[in-house]
Design a protein. Structure first.
Length: 113
DNA sequence: GACTTGACACAGG
DNA sequence: TCCTGTGCCAAGT
């Protein structure tokens, strides 16, 4: 009997969490991974976003690394698309880095709960 | 079937 | 304080 690895939900879970990120807020891959239970699997979150792009529509631009750097901007349609999108939502971005990242940080483990 | 890569995070030097 | 190395898990080749 073919087992159903719950990890399969991992991708779906990532989409659910990212979709719930409020506009003007940002979160980190590690925060999502930790919320999902796979603390050390921050890379999987990024991998999930790639798999979701562009088929699944999710505010992936609101997901950045722990320092608030738009490392994934290169994977968007345009390298500036991510930054433009964030600024459009009211998030200040400078040098591919989110300004006041700590202030705009949205922790799913606390906010979403 | 096994190795390498990858949108990260943390520890050590 | 900054840089380098290692660890995590899954998908791609």
């Amino acid at each position: 009997m073919t087992e159903k690895p719950e990890k399969r939900n991992f991708f779906q879970d990532v989409y659910e969490v990212v979709e719930q990120i409020p506009a003007g807020r940002v979160t980190s891959y590690g925060a999502i991974a930790s919320y999902l239970g796979s603390k050390g699997s921050a890379r999987m979150v990024g991998w999930a976003l790639i798999a979701s792009h562009p088929a699944i529509k999710i505010p992936a631009h609101r997901v950045v690394n722990r320092i608030g750097m738009l490392t994934g901007s290169q994977h968007f349609d345009s390298p500036n698309a991510m930054q433009e999108r964030l600024e459009q939502e009211g998030v200040k971005v400078e040098n591919n880095q989110v300004v006041d990242f700590q202030k705009l940080f949205w922790d799913p483990a606390k906010e979403l709960l």
